[in-house]
Every structure is written in C-alpha cells, then in structure tokens.
Write a protein that binds this ligand. Sequence first.
Ligand code: NDP
Length: 448
Amino acid sequence: MANYEQQVNDFMAKVIAKNPGELEFHQAVHEVVESLVPFIDENPQYREAKILDRMVEPERVLMFRVPWLDDKGDIQINRGYRIEMNSAIGPYKGGLRFHPTVNLGILKFLAFEQVLKNSLTTLPMGGGKGGSDFDPKGKSDNEVMRFCQSFMTELQRHIGPDTDVPAGDIGVGGREIGFLYGQYKRLRNEFTGVLTGKGLEWGGSLIRPEATGYGATYFAKEMLATRGETFEGKTVVISGSGNVAQYACEKVTQLGGKVVTLSDSSGYIYDPDGIDADKLAYVMHLKNVKRGRIKEYADKYGVNYYPGERPWGIKCDVAMPCATQNEISEEEAKVLVANGCFCVSEGANMPSTPEAVIVFEKNKLLFAPGKASNAGGVAVSGLEMSQNSLRLSWTREEVDNRLHQIMKDIHSTCVKYGTEGDYVNYVKGANIGGFVKVADAMLAQGLV
Ligand code: NDP
C-alpha cells in the first residue's frame, strides 16, 4: 500500500464530509494522519481493525443548554459541550474551555489531540474536552458562579471520578473549578476527585497550576540538550499571559533564560530587560486577581506595548506560544527563523499553523507540538487523581520530580518514534508514540 499522499487525501475526504465546517478538527486530524499512514502501512493490524477510523469518531458528544441570570436579572443562554472522545486506556480526561470562540469543531480538535497527549504521559487517562461559548471576561464573580452552577447542573449527569474527569483550560482557572466543584458536590452529595485543578485545601495537587508551563519548559530543556544547549543566557519570546504563559515565564527565568514578551488577545509587551520574578508577580496579580489587560504592564514598567499584534517579530532563541490555536502563521514562522530562533516549544494547543510547522521542519528547528510539550498539565492532573484515590497529598518536590520525569519520558518517546536521520521530527514521534498504546488497547478490547 504505497502512495501515502493519496491515502491521506482519501481519509481526509471522508472526515471532512462527515464533519463539515469543523476546520480545526480537520487540521488536527490531518496532521496526525500524515504521520500515521506510513506507520499503519507497516502495521496492518491497525488498518484491518479500522483503528484510525474509529479514533476520529467521538465515543459520545454532549451538547446542552446553559441558562443563567446576569446581575441585571436578564436571562442569558449559552451552549455547553462535553466531547467524550476515547476511553480505551482510562476515564475521559481533558479540560473545559470558556471562550466566545468555542464551538463543536474546536472542542473536537482539542479532544482528539487530548487522546494522544494523555497516552504519551504514560498515565491511565482517556481523552475528552468540553466547555462553553460563555465569556468570563467582564463578568462579575456572581455571574461566573451562576453560569458555572447552571453548567454543572447538566454536566454532572455525565461525569464521575471513574467516568470522566474535567479540568481547566482557557477561561477556566481556580475560581471556575471551585464553583463547578461546589455545585457537583451539592447535587451528588459526593466528595470525589471528579475535577482536577482543585484548590489545595479541597483535594488539589501541589504544582498543578505550574504544571503546563513548567512542563513545556522542561520539554524545551530536553530538546536544547540534544544540541548541547541550555536555557542559560537565551532570549525567549512567550505569547499569552494566562496560566501556561505565567509558569513558562517563571521556569525559563529560573533556568537562566530571559523572557522578553507576554501578550493577551489585545496586544503584546516587549521588555528587553526581561520579565524577572518581581515583574512576573505583578503580572500574576494583574491577570489572576485584578483580571486586567497586559497593556498595564507597559504603563507600569515604561516598556513598549504593541496593540493588536503578536510577539513573533521580536528576535529570540526560543519561542513558546502559550495563548491559543493558530497563533503563528507561515509568515511569522519565517520571521522567527530569519531572526535566529532555533527552538519552539508549544505551551498552547496547536498554536502553529500547518504552514508554520512546515517552515520549522524545513529549517530543522527543534519543534515540539503541544500534545507532547504541554502534556505536563494533564500529567499532574493524573497525579492529582492518584492522590485523591489514595487520599494522600504528595509534597511539592515529589510532584515536580514526577512531572520532570514524565516530560523526559515523553521526550524519549518522541525521539524513539520521530528520529529521521540526524533530525528528530517531534510531530511524528508524538503522533506515533501516543497512538500505539491507545490502538493496542482498542485492539484488545474488541469492536467497541
Ligand atoms: P488562560 O485563559 O489562563 O490564558 C489564555 C491566554 O491566551 C490569555 O492571555 C488570553 O488573552 C490569550 N488568548 C486566549 N484566546 C486568545 C485569542 N483568540 N487570541 C489571542 N490571545 C488569546 O488559558 P491557559 O493559559 O490555561 O491556556 C493557554 C493555552 O494552553 C490554550 O491553548 C490551552 O488549550 C493550552 N493548555 C492549557 C493547559 C492548562 O493546564 N491550563 C494544559 C494544556 C494546554 P485574553 O485574556 O485577552 O483572552
């Protein structure tokens, strides 16, 4: 069965016909199928059992109405979702995203990636994703609470500590997880590990807030080591200023790198002196407590702010996109390469467009796709589930060591499956490495 391109095109034609208009889902599936078709050709048991055809079909899709009352007493209606994508190796696991752009296609892309990512962590977690087109920005705490309570009133029927364990994502942080957990507990009369990202006093894990950003930095550290490099003295450009960006900034700085940018959906700041621990503490307060805009950093520290722009034009050694999908275009990738950037570690999910990935690969950059480099978040969520089951709490050091080891192991898996001559294709490595375990479990479990 040669002619891989034809096989990919035929497969994608079916996926597109069956899932019309879901562009991000098509994009995510295409990237994976491109890596997998030659591998499946060499391992025909997967083709005969139609594993890939089954994996692109969610096990279950839930869509529901979320009515709530705003502070004026007006009725608001949002749409809630949960995609239960694949439970071959464990309960569905993946975050909830609250953002006005959320739709079925975006959540299916995220759920599909999550299946492979969770497999890469080596922990027993299936894949899922959910959320709502609700926008927490500009809402009062009471409005966010009423929304979360209404959302959970429906979602609670479908989740459970052995069934489906959601977590946070864009727009869902500690505050939202608290409101969601409170409502679940009230409706079910159960104190269980049904959500991760919980507060420390009520079942959360140390290092969970830090995990995604730290993990993406540990992964970059491993990639740099393959070329005898470290973060010491490197200039690093980061996008976003939320959970992932904040802790990537912290860990890069601890490892000797200099982070010079952060952004939000309104623009980016450039601080040539570097965002040190004190400045980062200001950002954390600004974003997590005041819920302000990154522009205020420029006003406070007298640095430049670029409204409506992304930071990829700033000269750097390492780039870490930590905001959202498709935030690095082909042109921006070319600018990064021209400016000497040689390592890209994705903190966000699918932040590089397919064209940008081609630019990175052609120029032999160290390029880590999010499903490998940002897996630290879900890995520590898995560790939170373990601690909940054991009814124990591990120390900060213990969780951080486990996270570090998991990121090293994911790196080794990518090298194992992705080495092509003198270049490691981390995209291929992550896709095949994540696929094998899920596919073998599906084979073992019969036609389900
Ligand atoms: P947060 O909500 O904490 O922060 C998101 C950041 O990205 C904010 O600065 C936000 O700016 C910016 N952003 C969001 N949407 C857009 C957009 N459309 N255009 C430009 N900027 C945007 O989310 P997280 O930090 O948790 O998530 C960031 C990325 O990391 C996402 O892709 C997520 O899926 C991924 N991820 C997160 C994990 C986690 O553990 N939290 C785990 C693995 C992946 P603004 O405030 O203006 O909206």
